[in-house]
Design a protein around this ligand. Structure first.
Ligand code: BTN
Length: 240
């Protein structure tokens, strides 16, 4: 992972570049941009990140793909980010379903995993990771309050050190995800503080209330409503 590393000053979106670019063929290729003009988040949202202060990059996976890998890699990537921040800065980091990373309940990282298929077969998975590293403030309105490592660590930090820690940990996780996906799910569970809590889930047009029971083997959220259990594939989760 990251042995083929491409650094660009400016691009619309590192995810789009890897998804559309035919020239990127090597598994584990990483594209990092100093600035994205059309950084994308989940649900067609925008991902805005100050140029030069944060990390916005994407990782190409085109080997060992199976249909379940997309979700496992998404959850696993959040674990990798949490673990890396914790290793370097001793901050207390948690993951939030489906793939956010929080410090002190504020969002420090978002992950957007996308794929392309040929016929019915997925041939490419792109994991896009945006981490607020040294951004000092966040003007505007947000669904979840944002923060950066610098704000929580109370000092500027090295993006290079964080990136190399991340890519090393990602490599380990990728191996685990293809061989023992259950371990990745368990790592995620142990970093999620919302399991067992009362939550609100907003799907496209529906809002549901229940208890965050668990995630299943595919990484979907199991919501307990009364004594019924319902599977949630997509949605925004908040505590209530
Ligand atoms: C989210 O929280 O909704 C996901 C945000 C994902 C942002 C990253 S930044 C690098 C990569 N390129 C994109 O356009 N998006 C992802």
């Amino acid at each position: 992972i990251g042995r083929n590393f491409i650094y660009v000053d400016e691009v619309d979106s590192t995810n789009s570049l890897l998804l559309n670019g035919k020239e990127f063929t090597q598994n584990g290729t990483v594209v990092l941009a100093e600035h994205q003009t059309k950084g994308r988040g989940r649900k067609n949202r925008e991902w805005y990140s100050n140029s030069g202060q944060n990390l916005t990059f994407s990782i190409l996976i085109n080997e060992y793909i199976n249909p379940k890998l997309i979700n496992i890699l998404s959850l696993g990537s959040a674990v990798v980010v949490a673990q890396s921040i914790e290793n370097l800065f001793q901050l207390n980091v948690e993951v939030k379903w489906p793939n956010d990373v929080l410090i002190n309940r504020k969002k420090v990282c978002g992950i957007l995993t996308e794929s392309t298929s040929k016929g019915n077969v997925i041939n490419k998975i792109v994991v896009g990771i945006g981490i607020n590293v040294n951004q000092p403030n966040f003007p505007g309105k947000f669904e979840i309050a944002p923060t950066s490592i610098r704000k929580e660590f109370k000092s500027e930090v090295s993006r290079e050190r964080l990136l190399s820690e991340l890519l090393n940990n990602f490599e380990e996780m990728f191996k685990e995800a293809s061989e023992k996906p259950k371990n990745v799910l368990n790592d995620w569970r142990s970093r999620c503080k919302m399991i067992g809590e009362k939550i609100k889930v907003v799907e496209d047009d529906k809002t549901k209330f229940g208890v965050f029971d668990d995630i299943d083997d595919d990484g979907f959220l199991i919501l307990k409503i009364g004594d019924k259990k319902e599977k949630i594939h997509f949605g925004d989760v908040s505590l209530r």
